[in-house]
Design a protein around this ligand. Structure first.
Ligand code: 2M8
Length: 427
């Protein structure tokens, strides 16, 4: 008999285990990615909680002195296997809290904080030491978003790079390509060696990604200086929602170790009000990103609005409206396509249409949290059905065909989590 789904998923994590972190996939992504490690730890927590704890602590160990936890923590022994390398983030070396760590200069959605609560629980009574160790770096990171990544007038953090969102070439960020940025330095991509170019971001996308990295460096990662010279300053609906959930997670961790909650209720209430004021679109019945340069919402139908339900800021009425609007926008497609059919939709190109199991995990969690249990169940069912075809990076939303890199850690990890928790939101 072939091993069952859970055992195959555990095998993916073991195969990608680099010791203190899990590579996203064997060849395509040889380093440690921030939100990937958050998801991976949820998978490890189901069968090896101490290993899950190491995953989170290794990522937090790559933080900067100002509290930022970078989106990418390089493995010095694999620098030739991935582009761009640490030389595209020249200021990082002066800023890391632990000398010698190699990192990018941007952050990622704070999944690590939610995962820390789960991992703490999985560790049981012996988990207190772990929670005590992660409390300060997680608090520092969320405070960094709040203090070093906000502009006057709003408590919502500012996204400075599509890689920071994790949704690299989503139609959400198409306005950036229109700015026609070009990096000064020449470069050669490596991401199309293992995956076909038709499934990857375009050359224009990469030009913008690298040019933004150069702007960040010139501005010394200062949000005000960056705002003056970059066309890309966004309130990302998903990061904003997950910041709130992460802040609640960190408060829970503080309570568990008998420390004061770092994010008081009035602060969180103001944050929720600002979130809805900025992101909710009453006409379309969903939450959109906000382009701070143009001063308008980015009315692009993608899964980000419904994924933001995982933040736990939405009431049942708005949640139901947003879900039904997105379902209507995606007729005949498997739940949940990363982008809805329309001029920008490309069912096989990365974040422009394929189903991603991590997005489904977020959506299912958010639907369940908002009381939409039946819809949550259908999305969870899709995750497990697609995972049966392979733990790929993403899937064709019409046919369910596995796409992108195979043996993908976060796909295996969320399947393991769902098999164990049956999708019950943790807090
Ligand atoms: C993808 O992003 C990296 C850049 O950070 C890349 O394309 O090289 C995205 O899917 C991102 O969400 C993910 O964290 C990363 C590693 O899986 O790959």
């Amino acid at each position: 008999m072939p091993p069952d789904l859970a055992e195959r998923a555990r095998e993916v994590l073991r195969a990608n285990d680099a010791g203190r972190w899990t590579k996203p996939s064997p060849a395509q992504y040889p380093h440690q990615w921030n939100w990937d490690s958050g998801f991976a730890s949820l998978g490890w927590a189901t069968f090896d909680p101490p290993r899950a704890a190491v995953e989170l602590e290794s990522m937090l160990g790559a933080r900067w002195t100002d509290g930022m936890v970078p989106h990418l923590h390089y493995d010095a022994s694999h620098l030739a296997d991935y582009f761009p390398g640490p030389d595209w983030w020249p200021g990082a070396g002066r800023r890391v809290a632990v000398a010698g760590e190699l990192t990018s200069g941007i952050s990622n959605p704070p999944i690590l904080a939610l995962a820390a609560v789960e991992v703490g629980e999985a560790l049981g009574p012996g988990g207190r030491g772990f929670l005590e160790r992660v409390l300060e770096p997680l608090t520092g990171w969320l405070r960094w978003f709040r203090d070093s990544r906000t502009l006057a007038g709003s408590p919502l953090p500012v996204l400075v790079h599509p890689w920071e969102s994790g949704w690299d070439n989503s139609p959400r960020w198409d306005f950036l390509a229109a700015a026609g940025l070009k990096p000064r330095r020449p470069y050669r991509r490596l991401d199309t060696v293992h995956v076909g170019a038709a499934q990857r971001p375009t050359g224009k996308d990469y030009d913008s990604f690298l040019a933004l990295a150069e702007i960040l460096d010139v501005c010394e990662y200062d949000i005000r200086r960056y705002r003056e010279r970059s066309p890309f300053c966004v309130h990302d609906v998903l990061i904003d929602a997950l910041w709130y959930r992460a802040a609640r997670a960190v408060n829970l961790i503080a309570v568990a170790v008998e420390a004061a909650a770092p994010f008081p209720d009035p602060e969180l209430e103001d944050y929720v009000a600002a979130f809805h004021a900025a992101h909710w679109n009453q006409a379309d019945g969903t939450w959109y990103d906000v382009d701070l340069v143009a001063g308008r919402q980015l009315e692009v139908a993608t899964a980000a609005g419904v994924a933001s339900l995982a933040g736990g800021l939405a009431g049942p009425e708005r949640a139901a409206r947003a879900w039904s609007a997105y379902e209507k926008a995606c007729p005949g497609l498997l739940p949940v396509p990363s982008a809805a059919p329309g001029p920008a939709f490309e069912p096989e190109r990365y974040w422009r249409g394929p189903v991603w199991l991590i997005v489904d995990w977020l959506v299912a969690d958010g639907l369940a949290r908002a009381g939409l249990a039946q819809h949550a169940g259908a999305v969870r069912h899709t995750v497990l059905e697609l995972a049966e075809k392979g733990f790929n990076e993403y899937f064709q939303p019409r046919t369910g065909a596995p796409l992108g890199a195979g043996g993908f850690s976060f796909s295996a990890a969320v399947a393991l989590d769902l098999l164990q928790t049956k999708g019950k939101p943790a807090f």
